[in-house]
Design a protein around this ligand. Sequence first.
Ligand SMILES: NC(=O)c1ccc[n+]([C@@H]2O[C@H](COP(=O)([O-])OP(=O)(O)OC[C@H]3O[C@@H](n4cnc5c(N)ncnc54)[C@H](OP(=O)(O)O)[C@@H]3O)[C@@H](O)[C@H]2O)c1
Length: 329
Amino acid sequence: MKNYIPDNNRYDKMEYRRIGRSGLLLPEISFGLWQHFGPNDDYDNCRAMITHAFDCGVSHFDIANNYSLGESERIFGKILHSDLTSYRDELVISTKAGHRMWPGPYGEWGSRKYLLSSLDASLKRLGLEYVDIFYSHRPDMDTPLEETMGALSSAVKAGKALYVGISKYPPEMARRAASILKEMGTPCLIHQARYSMFNRDPEEGLFDVTKEEGMGVIAFQAMAQGLLTNKYLKGVPADSRVAKGEGTLKVEQITPSALSKVGKLNDLAISRGQSLAQMAIAWDLRDERVSSVLIGASSVAQMDDSLSALKNKHFSQEELDLIDDILKD
Ligand SMILES: NC(=O)c1ccc[n+]([C@@H]2O[C@H](COP(=O)([O-])OP(=O)(O)OC[C@H]3O[C@@H](n4cnc5c(N)ncnc54)[C@H](OP(=O)(O)O)[C@@H]3O)[C@@H](O)[C@H]2O)c1
């Protein structure tokens, strides 16, 4: 791929949802760089995935400081500057701090010291003056919430982030975080939460809180890292995350009981004219409180399969009941 010229019809291929009570819209499917953007990954494949996503109307790219210990931000920054500099205003780029990034007591969790120095380092790696969304990546029960939210608010006031978000916060802590941020004049835009047919925790209170507080929700791991696709139905393929020991999906989680559910869900997906990956993404999007689904992919072909989820987002009540029954087993 030499000079990249984006597809002029990119915005006809995607629908966009408003994020809570904000002015910002996100694509129904966003792209995350947790895996496959590391030092051992093929740069041309990374570049092809980013530019292809943009061609398909995916305007949001999600990263974090600790993804491949900064390498994902570096790779994304390189692609951004080689192919997408003229399109910066068409992109929503997020990064996060919270998980372990450097040694010692200031390299993780939720202190002001860690969050703000981490954001500076992220901006350097990305080659950007600001990110669109800066997240507290995980709750920190030992740091006053006022301090963590204060750091997020400072990032916005310093012009280093346009919006802020939180990730994996339990419902009542998310409510308090939203209220503290509101008082600081920096509304909490979004909550990044794990949500899939195999993990329905956000239905137990979080979705109510985000709706009441006017926050959007961006759901991650809708495909359960590949388990909720047809990928593992016939064993563990050599090119998979599990075989390569990447991510956190372990071979022990691919149990006969999980595979039996996956098999039944796969049959239902086929009857809907979809792949299971597509049904898993569409299932997340059936809930209007989900603003966007954040997908990972290892190739353009895989990404294309996932993006085709948008061709059939409708579920009949019978299909939803059948899914509930399969998951109950
Ligand atoms: N806030 C947080 O704490 C947090 C935590 C985790 C993730 N995230 C975000 O969510 C994003 C997505 O997470 P994720 O990649 O772990 O979860 P995911 O989207 O559920 O899984 C992606 C993996 O599933 C497989 N896959 C994808 N599309 C497929 C298809 N159409 N058919 C068959 N298999 C398919 C691929 O596995 P192979 O690699 O095996 O090919 C791919 O790497 C991350 O990049 C990150 O931005 C956030």
